[in-house]
Design a protein around this ligand. Sequence first.
Ligand SMILES: CC(=O)SCCNC(=O)CCNC(=O)[C@H](O)C(C)(C)COP(=O)(O)OP(=O)(O)OC[C@H]1O[C@@H](n2cnc3c(N)ncnc32)[C@H](O)[C@@H]1OP(=O)(O)O
Ligand SMILES: O=C(O)CCC(=O)C(=O)O
Ligand SMILES: [Zn+2]
Length: 484
Amino acid sequence: MCPSCEPEPAANGNGQANAASNSTNGSSNGSNSHPGFTAVRTKSNPHPHRANPYQPVGDFLSNVSNFKIIESTLREGEQFANAFFDTEKKIEIAKALDDFGVDYIELTSPAASEQSRADCEAICKLGLKAKILTHIRCHMDDARIAVQTGVDGVDVVIGTSSYLMEHSHGKDMTYITNTAIEVINFVKSHNIEIRFSSEDSFRSNLVDLLSIYSTVDKIGVNRVGIADTVGCATPRQVYDLIRTLRGVVSCDIETHFHNDTGCAIANAYCALEAGATHIDTSVLGIGERNGITPLGGLMARMIVADREYVMSKYKLHKLKDIEELVAQAVEVNIPFNNYITGFCSFTHKAGVHAKAILNNPSTYEIINPADFGLSRYVHFASRLTGWNAIKSRAAQLNIEMTDEQYKECTAKIKALADIRPIAVDDADSIIRAFHRSMKLGKPVDLLPNMTAEEKELLAQKEKEIDIPEKRELEAAAGTNGVTT
Ligand SMILES: CC(=O)SCCNC(=O)CCNC(=O)[C@H](O)C(C)(C)COP(=O)(O)OP(=O)(O)OC[C@H]1O[C@@H](n2cnc3c(N)ncnc32)[C@H](O)[C@@H]1OP(=O)(O)O
Ligand SMILES: O=C(O)CCC(=O)C(=O)O
Ligand SMILES: [Zn+2]
């Protein structure tokens, strides 16, 4: 099968949920297979290969087709307000991330607590494919503990902005540089990967930054790290800084973006464009405050840039399970608008969208849900529903009518949807009853269990219905075209 094609989803005709209440829910049960909508059969191959004039241009600096993920749910994510991971949960998450295909798993400092140290050792012993890192302060005490845990690498960090130099650790650049050299040499002497990072890079002095990165690069660190610790950076600032740094160091460049101003994914992308090699993520973006670049959001961004690379490296159909695992562990709901796995990420509602999606999903989808093992849905039970969606739903119910009849039936669905939120079952009942009335040639009760009040409101609405095609038919049949 063409990698761009998805298997045709089965019709989901037995839905019970109320579409409108779904859409105001604000959170989901973590599934995109919601019963309020129906999975659709589309006419043409979804997402055929087609030249995209906006696709990334070839660029000798860019790593959008060659990046690595440092997954920090078990480090940055543990700093999320709600997070508590016991050993068992940490192991479960580490295994799931490893299976997904992340390149590195970063763990909380073993200096944080005795259990943190023991958990770090336990995860190192799992023999995962992903390399295991731990994250420490730029301090020999922490480094001595870290190298004893069995990790593959140590991520060292120290604040370089004036805020942090003054109010966090109180050390100047000379002290920072000397300590960094000592810690780096010590970790390297244990044949362990080493990364040196400046905290709050975007509020640090550029000359200080380039100077210390140049020094640690010469000593032979595996990576340097740039961190937008307070989430203040814009994509343009990120591009400029990483591009400049790329010209100064020869080692890899890791980047870490907080999401306080909503730029964490865009910043990660720009960093890769400018030559960064590694992106820090966490599942659902959990971390300090409102967190960092989310793993799923990064996957969404990168699959659009280079689908082949992303598909070949990561088991995307496991994303939803990992998010549910972490969401449960930290007791949060997956947001309704979450990248990829939000309950309505692939649901198309307005008639204009539905029609085009039914013809070709690329019209209103940049990501193919099937790449993530998910389905797309067309909503067909609202006042925004169009006759093309109703025709497609009728086909799923094995009902065939003329185009004029689909339109008239749609108008009846809209009339009811103008009165109250309607469920899939309501729309289905109307389609069935309308079809029956067409066959019998006489009106039937569209919704037998409607309340008297609803019936009266609906009758009012029906008076207002004006379908041009119906008017023409009625005129042709000798009526004045006015429904009474
Ligand atoms: C931006 C980030 O997310 S960086 C990663 C943050 N991670 C963590 O903080 C891990 C969890 N932390 C902990 O368990 C504790 O903070 C510990 C064990 C690291 C330190 O605990 P304590 O010694 O009780 O210090 P406390 O947490 O109150 O203050 C931080 C200390 O680290 C020092 N410090 C802060 N940043 C750094 C750094 N990057 N390198 C070296 N020292 C640092 C501060 O000066 C302060 O030391 P002091 O009060 O003795 O002068
Ligand atoms: O180690 C790093 O590069 C990042 C540390 C961190 O979490 C931050 O600065 O926000
Ligand atoms: Zn952070």
